[in-house]
Design a protein around this ligand. Structure first.
Ligand code: PLP
Length: 410
C-alpha cells in the first residue's frame, strides 16, 4: 500500500494494538529483503531535468546535487563524498586512489582483510591486484581490531589493509587511522552498509582513511545500483574521480590507471527522490526494528541484532550454536519465511578464495578464524523491509521460538 507520495504509510495504530494471530492461516512467502525504491511519480521531476539538460552521465548536475546532499547528511565538506556506479567499484576506487595496485607492491603484495564480510570486499582488492589474506575479527565488535591486525603474522607482507563494516557496524576508524599513521600501511574501509551509521555519528568520516559505501537496492538507502567514497581528503577524492573516468581529469589525457566507474544521472535521480523521503523511511525502519524487539520479548529477546546497532537493511538472529541455527533456518523455511546467511560461511570458505589462497595461508585460515566461523555458523538474516508488517514479524518470531523449543526438547 502506498500513499500519494509513493511511500508506504507507517504501521497503523490499529495494527499495533492487534494481538498476533493465535493460529495464523497460510501466508504469502516472506522475502528476506523487499526493496522499496521511489515510485515513478517521485522520479518524474528529476527525470524531466535530465530531459531538459540532456546530461545523462559524466558527472551531470544530478550527480553533483546528490553528492552535495549526501555530504551534508554525513557531515563532510562537499568534496568529501564522491559517487560511483556500485559499492564494489567505489571500494576499488578507494583502494586504487589510496594504495594503488597490489602488483606494483612487489615486497608487500598482500591485502589483510576480514573474512566476516560480503565476498565483494575480497573481490575488489583482488581486482586491484592485491592478494587477500584473511584475519579474524573481534568477537564483541565483529570488526578487525587494529592491534590484532598489527600482530598478524602476515602484517610484514601487507601493503594494504581493508577493514569492513559488517552489517553496517563501523570498525574503530580512529584506531585504524592510527595504525595507518604509525606503520605506513594504507587502510581502506568497506563500509558498504554503513550509510546510516555515518549519518548518526557525524565526524566519523576520516580525512586519512577512505570508506566505500554501497547504494545497491538491498541496502537501506539506494540508487538501485550505486556507491560512494567518503573521504575528507581533497586530493585523494580528485584521484577517485580521475580513476573513475578513464584517468582523465580536466583534459582527455589518461594520466593514471583508470576505468569507467561513474554513476549515471538516472541513478542519481533515484537517490535524490529517495532523499526527499528519507525522514519517513528512517522512521518506518525504526518502527520495524522496534516491532521486532517487542515481538521477541520473553521469547528470543537477546538473540536478535537490530538497528541501530546494525544497518536497517538487516535483522539478524544469533542462534546458540550451528545446530540451533540450522533448526531456526528449517523452521522459517517450513513457514515460507526466507532467511539468508548474508556472508555465507565466511569469505575464506568461498570456493574461489579457499582455492587461491597459498596452501599455508589456507591451512592457517581454517585454523585461525574461529570467531568468523562461529559468527557465520550462528547468524541468520531475517526478513526486513521498511514496510514489513507486524503480523509477519510475529510469525517470524514464532517460528524462531518454535525452533528453540524443539532444540530444548531434544
Ligand atoms: C553490499 C555490499 C557490497 C557490494 O556493494 P554493491 O553496491 O552491490 O557493489 C560490498 N561489501 C559489503 C560488505 C556489502 O554489504
Amino acid at each position: 500500500m502506498a500513499d500519494d507520495q509513493g511511500f508506504p504509510p507507517n504501521l497503523s495504530r490499529a495494527q499495533e494494538a492487534a494481538p498476533p494471530p493465535a493460529d495464523p492461516a497460510p501466508r504469502a512467502p516472506v522475502p528476506v529483503f523487499r526493496p522499496l525504491l521511489p515510485c515513478v511519480e517521485r522520479l518524474l521531476p528529476y527525470l524531466r531535468r535530465i530531459d531538459a539538460t540532456r546530461l545523462y552521465s559524466n558527472r551531470g548536475p544530478l550527480v553533483e546535487e546528490l553528492e552535495g546532499r549526501l555530504a551534508d547528511l554525513i557531515a563532510v565538506p562537499p568534496h568529501g563524498l564522491r559517487l560511483a556506479a556500485s559499492g564494489t567499484l567505489a571500494l576499488m576506487l578507494a583502494i586504487l586512489a589510496h594504495a594503488g595496485r597490489g602488483v606494483a607492491e612487489g615486497a608487500r603484495p598482500v591485502a589483510l582483510m576480514p573474512a566476516f564480510t560480503f565476498v565483494a570486499t575480497a573481490q575488489a582488492a583482488e581486482m586491484c591486484g592485491w592478494r587477500p589474506v584473511f584475519a579474524d575479527v573481534d568477537p564483541v565488535r565483529w570488526t578487525l581490531d587494529p592491534d590484532a591486525v598489527r600482530a598478524h603474522p602476515d602484517f610484514g607482507r601487507a601493503g594494504l589493509i581493508v577493514a569492513a563494516a559488517p552489517y553496517g557496524i563501523l570498525p574503530d576508524i580512529a584506531g585504524l587511522a592510527r595504525l595507518q599513521a604509525e606503520t605506513g600501511v594504507p587502510v581502506v574501509v568497506d563500509a558498504a552498509a554503513g550509510f546510516e551509521a555515518l549519518c548518526d555519528a557525524p565526524g566519523t568520516v576520516s580525512d586519512t582513511v577512505p570508506m566505500a559505501l554501497s547504494f545497491h537496492a538491498t541496502k537501506s538507502f539506494s540508487t538501485a545500483e550505486g556507491g560512494a567514497v567518503a573521504w575528507g581528503c581533497a586530493s585523494g577524492q580528485r584521484r577517485v574521480m580521475q580513476i573513475a573516468n578513464f584517468g582523465f581529469f580536466g583534459t582527455r589525457a589518461a594520466r593514471t590507471i583508470g576505468l569507467n566507474a561513474k554513476m549515471s544521472d538516472y541513478h542519481a535521480a533515484v537517490g535524490l527522490a529517495m532523499l526527499d523521503d528519507l525522514a519517513a523511511r528512517r522512521a518506518a525502519q525504526a518502527h520495524v526494528a522496534d516491532s521486532y524487539a517487542r515481538a521477541a520479548q520473553g521469547r528470543v529477546a537477546g538473540r536478535l541484532h537490530l538497528p541501530p546497532r546494525i544497518s536497517p537493511a538487516y535483522a539478524l538472529y544469533e542462534a546458540t550454536d550451528a545446530g540451533a541455527c540450522a533448526r531456526a533456518e528449517a523452521a522459517l523455511h517450513a513457514d515460507a519465511i526466507e532467511s539468508r546467511r548474508w556472508y555465507g560461511h565466511g569469505v575464506h570458505r568461498e570456493p574461489w578464495f579457499a582455492d587461491t589462497q597459498a596452501p599455508e595461508a589456507k591451512a592457517e585460515a581454517a585454523g585461525v578464524l574461529p570467531v568468523t566461523c562461529r559468527l557465520c555458523d550462528r547468524l541468520l538474516g531475517l526478513p526486513t523491509a521498511p514496510d514489513l508488517d507486524l503480523a509477519s514479524i510475529a510469525w517470524i518470531v514464532a517460528a524462531l521460538a518454535r525452533a528453540e523449543a524443539e532444540g530444548r526438547a531434544r
